[in-house]
Write a protein that binds this ligand. Structure first.
Ligand code: SER
Length: 917
């Protein structure tokens, strides 16, 4: 079977068992602070398991693209070194939401593996949870008994909490699990050593292929387990491993999932891929590098296609790190000195056509982003590698490290790269720390991680980027977690608090509140969360009502969370402002009111964003896709795929189109519940990397113009937008442009400020016909005059030279000149002074001038006088400056001073003479 057939057989099998087949969720997670990337098929159903959202069907199945590169499940270090871990992999899964449980899960997995895929039963091993006393969890004998019907007892193995109790993250749904392993060793090896001893022992030929989890608990922050409202099944089969087993290969990379990519890399690098290479073999490094490239391109491409661009922090940095890791292998091991990695994208896109079309339809964009990243990293990579080699070569010849401190600079103790050096590699050369670690490991070095962290922290503190949030557990006031969002229809409502908790962000305490109903829009789809106020129905005789100021509203795992500050109250007796203690019992009934002014402006900006999006597609082309958006009360910011700068002409066209739609006063058409398939068929604009439900909300302004899937809030009529004005156009990343714009009274203010400025300019220029022309000629005139003036000044200075030379008075063998000169700047005075020095021997010169209303004094003394008579221009000018109420100084030969009193110039000149006589 080909990989495609194997995938299809899985889906068909579970469809035949009453499962609905659902699409994969995006690989990038948006609404869950506990998770950056989808790391298991069950992520998209987390809310269902927790009982916070209804299941769309009791049984579903799919293939989910997953990424295990951070957090609890991280396989990055294994990738390429071994043959069965990946960054991005597909997880085939079947789910029961409170429907079937252990029996069917066991029965069907066995049926599929042995009857459909026809795997050799004797090579299959299964595990069950042995229990855990500390957690108070019992041994899963039920699963053991179920397996006994099919599997030889010798092939049923108990497993501990690490292997047989599956958890999504530090918190969240979890439960005992039962794994299925496959032993693909040759018969003679199997006869010698039983596969049972190799299960979960990191053996590359005895590998886990499927995990069946029986979801029963929720782990909360304090570490305790709480039973879930219902029991569920969550299974995950590693697609690439399954393909390998079915295709009889000993490495995932030898299957048709990876071979096309590996062969392409081999051909382009002029090297051979040797699947059997072992550490120490000459072609081992090449084999690892090829596997890494073939693997990493998948993680990076899908992350970008699902909306996560490489960046310098958070999820974007994880992607950049993986990318740089791949580029380093490509450059250093496979010898690609020019960008190459990006060339794998078209191949990959082709492979996933019809499976995950997100990639195919954006392949040019994805390739371009990767290319730019490669180009950027290649700029510092070779210098970084040189620096790295420098750091390690100091030790290469050193066998003992008993060198006295300081003889060779920067020797870390042992074969360890100092933290500050690892930081230098990261900060200056862009080496992610795990890349430095990897390169170090290759040469038998360790990295002082503590030192690195310290260096990093110091920098972080400096840039004050640390944002620590810690949250306490929820206090439940009323059961249930379902918030009815009423904000499409009203701005104020009566609500009850379902639960609340205290959180600390950067040392500041806040509350998070969940209500039964709310008009507060939670940040999403680029639109910021609403702000506003909650006022309790309950009130205290002395303190009044309890008020929460809502500073933000966000969605977390499907819950609408209000970020609240407890407002102070005014003490009736003293009039002082005082802090509340939360009353006990906590009042539950509140009036919830959003900040209307902000919302109205946000609506205008959001609707304008839709119009702009449509106008962009119309003006620049259909390749324009939304890559990011921010809509707040002040402005809108729209990022989209496009390869060149948007010209000024196009900006005007965009403004014209959008404003035309504003003038047409198009009423909002809001359809709250359209079947997703119908919406797509009607040509609606949907976003890549966005997870939509079966029913979607469609926002239309003019059926023929703008039709988008959107959960945000909008104007009732485009006329409310008032006037749309683009204020900025720029590049955000490779192939991504950004437009910033404003609407309504903000654009009015903006235009008024602009025209006020233009009017002021026109007034200054006496109302010229063409403003820019007359400013241009003004600048030209100015430049010309500057040059002429410079010339004139120089001429004047040299004319003065002869005149002044004649005034020289000989005193004690010194030619003394002290004069006031009319020159416009200090440079001219200095030039004149030096000219005089050239023609008058034994000169003692003092020049005073009025420079822009301020007195200036310059003293030059011939070197021979300095030497023979001990005269010092710097000291003398200081004395003279006193006469003009100023100060100065300089060298023995030349010094200058400035002052504030022009009337003192004559005294200063007179005083000068005293130094000579
Ligand atoms: N959630 C389990 C896993 O990821 C089974 O799907 O292994």
């Amino acid at each position: 079977m080909t990989a495609k057939e194997i995938r299809q057989a899985f889906l068909d099998f579970f469809a035949s068992k009453g499962h609905i087949i659902v699409p994969s969720a995006p690989i990038v997670v948006k609404n869950d602070p506990t998770l950056m990337f989808t790391n298991a098929g069950m992520n998209q159903f987390k809310d269902v398991f927790l009982g916070e959202a209804p299941a769309k069907a009791p049984r579903v199945a799919d293939t989910q693209r997953c990424l295990r590169v951070s957090g609890k499940h991280n396989d990055l270090e294994e990738v390429g070194i071994d043959t069965y871990h990946h960054t991005m992999f597909e997880m085939l899964g079947n789910w029961s939401f409170g429907d079937y449980f252990k029996k069917e899960a066991v029965d069907w997995s066995w049926e599929l593996l042995t009857e459909v895929y026809k795997l050799d039963k004797s090579r299959l091993y299964v595990t069950y949870f042995e229990g855990d006393e500390k957690e108070g969890l019992e041994k899963d004998t039920e699963t053991y008994e179920l397996w006994k019907q099919y599997v030889d007892e010798a092939n049923i193995l108990p497993g501990n909490k690490k292997d047989n109790f599956w958890e999504m993250g530090e918190t969240g749904p979890c439960g005992p699990c039962s794994e299925i392993h496959f032993d693909s060793r040759p018969d003679n090896e199997r006869a010698e050593v039983s596969g049972a001893t190799l299960v979960n022992a990191d053996h590359d030929q005895v590998i886990e292929i499927w995990n069946n989890v029986f979801m029963q608990f929720n782990r909360i922050k304090d570490g305790s387990l709480h039973p879930l409202p219902a029991k569920h099944v969550d299974t995950g089969m590693g697609f690439e491993r399954l393909v390998r087993v079915l295709q009889g290969k000993s490495s995932n990379y030898d299957t048709d999932v990876f071979q096309p990519m590996i062969q392409f890399i081999a051909e382009k690098s002029g090297k051979k891929y040797n699947s059997a290479a072992k550490p120490g073999d000459a072609d081992w490094a090449d084999a690892v590098a090829m596997r890494v490239l073939a693997d990493h391109i998948r993680a990076i491409s899908f992350a970008i296609a699902d909306g996560q661009l490489p960046a310098s922090n958070k999820a974007g940095y994880v992607i950049r790190r993986i990318l740089r890791r791949a580029v380093r292998y490509s450059y250093q091991t496979l010898n690609f000195k020019e960008p190459f990695f990006n060339e794998l994208v078209p191949l990959l896109a082709e492979q996933f056509k019809g499976v995950f079309d997100e990639l195919y339809s954006q392949k040019d964009f994805v390739q371009k982003v990767i290319l730019e990243e490669e180009v950027a990293f290649l700029r510092t990579l070779s210098a970084g590698i040189r620096r790295f080699n420098e750091l390690t070569s100091i030790f290469a010849s050193i066998t003992s490290v008993e060198y006295p401190e300081g003889t060779i600079k920067d020797i870390p103790t042992g074969r360890k790269i100092k933290g500050e050096h690892a930081f230098e590699l990261s900060d200056t050369y862009g080496f992610p720390i795990d890349l430095t670690e990897l390169m170090a490991r290759e040469q038998g070095f360790a990295v002082d991680m503590e030192g690195f962290e310290q260096a990093l922290q110091t920098q972080k503190l400096r840039s004050r980027a640390a944002t620590a949030v810690s949250a306490g557990d929820w206090v439940v006031l009323r059961g249930g977690d379902n918030t009815e969002f009423t904000g499409y229809d009203e701005m104020l409502t009566q609500a009850e608090i379902l639960k609340y908790r205290k959180v600390t962000t950067q040392g500041k305490e806040q509350y998070q509140l969940v209500l039964n109903r709310t008009p507060f829009y939670a940040e999403g789809g680029g639109q910021v969360g609403d702000t506003g106020n909650l006022m309790s129905e309950w009130y205290d005789e002395k303190k009044g009502n309890l008020n929460f100021e809502i500073t933000d509203t966000k969605k977390e795992n499907g819950l609408i969370i209000h970020y609240a500050n407890l407002s102070p109250y005014y003490d009736m007796e003293t009039g002082e402002q005082k802090e509340w203690e939360l009353p006990n019992p906590m009042p539950t009934r509140f009036q919830a009111a959003i900040n209307m002014g902000n919302r109205i402006m946000t609506n205008a900006n959001h609707s304008a964003t839709h119009l702009l999006h449509a106008a962009l597609k119309e003006t620049l082309g259909e390749h324009v896709n939304q890559k990011g958006s921010l809509v707040n009360p002040d402005q809108l910011r729209f990022d989209f795929s496009h390869f060149s700068k948007v010209t000024d002409d196009d900006i005007e066209v965009l403004e014209r189109i959008v404003n035309q739609k504003v003038r047409e006063a198009i009423p909002l058409k809001e359809e709250r519940s359209v079947r997703y398939d119908d919406a797509i068929a009607s040509g609606v604009t949907a976003l890549f990397g966005e997870k939509y439900g079966d029913y979607v909300r469609v926002i239309t302004f003019d059926d023929k113009f703008s039709k988008e899937l959107c959960g945000g809030t909008h104007v009732q009529n485009t006329a409310e937008i008032g006037f749309f004005k683009i204020t900025g156009e720029s590049a955000v990343a490779a192939g991504v442009r950004r437009i910033e714009a404003i609407t309504s009274y903000h654009s009015q203010d903006y235009i008024q400020a602009q025209s006020r400025q233009i009017k002021a300019l026109k007034d200054l220029l006496k109302n010229p016909n063409d403003l820019s022309k007359s400013i241009e000629s003004l600048i030209e005139d100015n430049n010309r005059m500057k040059k002429e003036l410079e010339k004139a000044v120089l001429m004047k200075a040299s004319g003065l030279k002869d005149q002044l030379a004649k005034t020289a008075e000989e005193i004690n063998g010194i030619n003394f000149i002290a004069q006031r000169v009319e020159l416009p700047n200090a440079d001219a005075v200095k030039t004149l002074a030096y000219h005089l020095k050239d023609i008058v021997p034994n000169l003692f010169l003092v020049l005073a001038a009025d420079i822009n209303g301020k007195p200036s004094i310059t003293v030059i003394i011939d070197e021979t006088l300095v030497k023979e008579k001990g005269l010092h221009a710097g000291n003398i000018v200081k004395e003279l400056a006193k006469e003009v109420k100023g100060g100065g100084g300089g060298q023995p030969f030349f010094a200058t001073a400035g002052g504030s009193d022009l009337s003192g110039i004559n005294n200063a000149l007179a005083k000068a003479k005293s130094f000579v006589s």
